[in-house]
Design a protein around this ligand. Structure first.
Ligand SMILES: Nc1ncnc2c1ncn2[C@@H]1O[C@H](COP(=O)(O)OP(=O)(O)OP(=O)(O)O)[C@@H](O)[C@H]1O
Length: 251
């Protein structure tokens, strides 16, 4: 990003990763990574396996602590804040693998998320989630582990309605689901985007992600290789991003 960005430009970002270095133990995964998501914007974070997409979301959510750089939410430096503090500041991570409590009921799962962000676990938050995903209503007292894969993912996404976050991070929410369910998930994501919330999405269905997104960040080996509009992303850049080959350069 522009290191000379004005304070007003920084505050205008819902989420900003600014020159973040992060990894696991002695392994560095993200190198000097910068990206921004503006309020109401949907940013697709794409790249090959192992590029660091999940690590980027974790650094934003606080489950991975950056070794360098800053994470800002609406201009506020949240780098030192634990994940639950960031959640209370308006950030919601829907992790890969759904992140639901399988041995708890649907109702208990939804209450838990509400209480986690400071709500009373009753009433209004639950209603918002059920309005968005009416299928869950008749299953409120079922164990989450007994739901179908699609219903489990709906429950995972319902957290975004319970918590009413200002920024949502979504990691491969359509992973392993049947095409019809994937369509429903993308409809739900479109509805979420229409509420004006800022979204950063990692998605294996690249075409659908590009259709939903108004901005794309391409990652390769922990570094940004493209940061711009979906229409400006040509096939070669996309392939280069996925295969790690730069077609624009002479061999
Ligand atoms: N908990 C962990 N401990 C150690 N290394 C990890 C851990 N999680 C991920 N990595 C490594 O970090 C690198 C980036 O992984 P990450 O999951 O962020 O990539 P990704 O782009 O999300 O890939 P994928 O599409 O396969 O999920 C990989 O080399 C991976 O093996």
């Amino acid at each position: 990003m522009n290191p000379h960005a004005s304070p007003a430009a920084i505050a205008a970002c819902a989420l900003e990763l600014d020159r973040v270095d992060a990894g696991y133990g002695t392994t560095t995964v993200l190198r000097d990574l910068s990206l921004r998501v503006r309020p109401g914007q949907v940013v697709a974070l794409l790249g090959p396996n192992g590029a660091g997409k999940t690590t980027t979301l974790r650094a934003a959510a606080g489950t991975v602590r950056p070794a360098g750089g800053q994470v800002r939410l609406f201009g506020q430096d949240v780098t030192p804040l634990a994940p639950h503090r960031r959640a209370r500041a308006g950030l919601c991570l829907i992790p890969e693998g759904r992140g639901i409590f399988r041995s708890l009921t649907v109702r208990e799962n939804l209450r838990l998320h509400d209480v986690a962000i400071g709500g009373d676990g009753r009433g209004e938050a639950l209603e918002r989630a059920l309005d968005a995903f009416p299928d869950l209503e008749s299953r409120l007292d079922h164990h989450a582990g007994h739901l179908s894969g699609g219903q489990q993912q709906m429950l995972a996404l319902a957290r975004a309605y319970v918590a009413r976050p200002r920024v949502i991070l979504l990691d491969e929410v359509s992973m392993g689901l049947a095409p019809l369910i994937v369509e429903q998930i993308f409809t739900a994501l479109r509805d979420l985007a229409a509420t004006g919330v800022a979204m950063l999405i990692v998605e294996q269905y690249v075409a659908q992600a590009l259709d939903l997104a108004d901005h794309v960040v391409l990652l390769n080996k922990g570094a940004v290789t493209y940061d711009g509009s979906p229409s400006g992303l040509d096939q070669d850049a996309l392939l280069a991003g996925y295969l790690g080959v730069d077609f624009g350069q002479a061999p």
